[in-house]
Design a protein around this ligand. Structure first.
Ligand SMILES: [Zn+2]
Length: 297
């Protein structure tokens, strides 16, 4: 009986995922684009389920400072994502003599950290920075399936999350601690005041978002998304600021609290979600979303 219900729920879940899938409204450029001065974004496509209709935009970021490149997130480990991304990354890094020295993870899900093992092999001098609450899933041998959540979508959806390499080398790990801080406090060569991290749990235990101060931008990770929605046989809507995917979000209540943390950061002009069909979310659009979510936010 239990098995039958599990199978039925799984079929329903898969069908719902397929029908309500978010899709790219524009074709990806397959190159890093400077969305703000010294802040480049690569927007690739990743399919959570094997269907061409299920393509999701996934961003990776590059920031160049005096002596180095810094990357935020590492891209998705799937052929349709990785091949054009790796080409674009090598091309972009070759435009200066500076080495890639640091990869900072918003969180460790497959679409954001899937290519981190490749990057660590390819760039032996690169370190990676993660929040202390995400460490168990990066170097501690723990899987996201081990988490207990507060929604039925995660209770079911976590079994669809692919197992990750969660035993990456501790020697190359930089741990960001606490609720927020200047990343330069943990990375000696990084200019002070370049990037501040904020702990924003819920979508994953150690998710962080980054404030890029010189451009008044936030790289939000999956605290919010900004995608077009496509339903079968209907026109795609415009991209809209929204919640993250429910399936991998283990604590919905914490995630809503993290959106409040994001809303509380002052002086921001643009929010750049990892899953974004557009060129970021304006303050007005984020406020409208936050306003619509008033009861929850
Ligand atoms: Zn995620």
């Amino acid at each position: 009986m239990v098995v039958r219900w599990a199978v039925l729920l799984s079929v329903f879940f898969a069908a719902a995922s397929f029908c309500c899938v978010k899709a790219l409204s524009t074709a990806p450029s397959h190159e890093f684009q400077e969305v703000r001065p010294k802040l480049w974004r690569y927007n690739g496509e990743f399919a959570f389920i094997p269907s061409p209709a299920a393509r999701t935009p996934v961003a990776v970021w590059l920031i160049e400072v005096k002596s180095a490149w810094i990357m935020i997130d590492a891209g998705a480990a799937s052929p349709e994502y990785s091949e054009p991304f790796l080409k674009a990354l090598k091309q972009k890094l070759s435009t200066s003599n500076n080495p890639l020295r640091l990869i900072m993870l918003t969180h460790g899900h497959v679409d954001h950290a899937g290519l981190l093992p490749w990057a660590l092999d390819e760039y032996p001098d690169v370190s990676f920075a993660v929040h202390e609450a995400e460490v168990p899933f990066i170097t501690g041998g723990k899987q996201y399936q081990h988490l207990k959540g507060d929604t039925w979508t995660f209770a079911l959806g976590k079994w669809y999350m692919p197992a990750m390499n969660s035993s990456l080398p501790v020697s190359r790990q930089i741990v960001l601690k606490g609720s927020s801080g200047d990343v330069a406090n943990s990375v000696s060569w990084m200019p002070k005041g370049l990037l501040t991290f904020h702990h924003a749990p819920g979508h994953s235990p150690g998710q962080i978002f980054f404030v890029h101060h010189s451009t008044k931008s936030v790289v939000t990770g999956d605290v919010i998304t900004n995608m077009a929605t496509s339903f079968p046989f209907s026109r795609k809507s415009d991209p809209a600021c929204d919640n993250p995917f429910a399936m991998p979000t283990h604590m919905w209540s914490d995630m809503k609290a993290s959106q409040r943390i994001l809303a509380g950061v002052s002086g921001i002009e643009t929010y750049f979600p990892s899953h974004d069909d557009d060129a970021g979310v304006s303050v007005a659009a984020f406020k409208a979303f936050a306003g619509n979510q008033h009861d929850e936010l």
